[in-house]
Design a protein around this ligand. Structure first.
Ligand SMILES: [Zn+2]
Length: 150
């Protein structure tokens, strides 16, 4: 059997991610991470920028590990759009594993939708809680609605 490191676990989301710190608590596992990306596409004009304007921390929930809720604190780069024709001034680094500003990774949302199909939302929220997935009833209904309209 091959052992995988925490870095490889996070690397499954995006190979460019690096783990800076890790904290295992009673009910949660928290990762502090950043990416090695030096450029990112503007969400509006799609032109890549390498001009870093600053950083901010974005916290996002990922799939649980051993029943513990997993939170990723991502040190996100803020880029300046260098296209003079574009109305966007600055934008956050793009990650393929989540929607911009999302509170959960796409793979977590997919899991939530898959596992809640045949359940009432109240039962599903309770069951998710038992395995370390924190989701509100209102968010769950939104995910299901979004999924059925696709
Ligand atoms: Zn732009």
């Amino acid at each position: 059997m091959e052992l995988i490191t925490m870095e490889e676990l996070i690397g499954q989301l995006d190979a460019n991610l690096k783990v800076d710190n890790l904290q295992i608590n009673h009910q949660t596992i928290e990762f502090w991470i950043h990416s090695k990306n030096s450029e990112s596409p503007c969400p509006k004009c799609h032109q890549y920028s390498q001009k870093i304007h600053g950083h901010y921390i974005h916290t996002i929930q990922d799939l649980p590990i051993q029943g513990k809720t997993v939170y990723l604190h991502i040190n996100v780069k803020r880029f300046q759009c260098t296209n003079p024709q574009c109305s966007v001034k600055t934008f956050g680094e793009y990650f393929k594993f989540s929607e911009p500003k999302a509170q959960k990774t796409k793979r977590l949302v997919d899991t939530i939708v898959d596992l809640s199909l045949d359940k009432s939302s109240l039962t599903a929220v309770y069951d998710f809680h038992q395995i370390g997935i924190k989701v509100k009833k209102s968010s769950l209904c939104n995910y299901q609605k979004k999924n059925s309209s696709n």
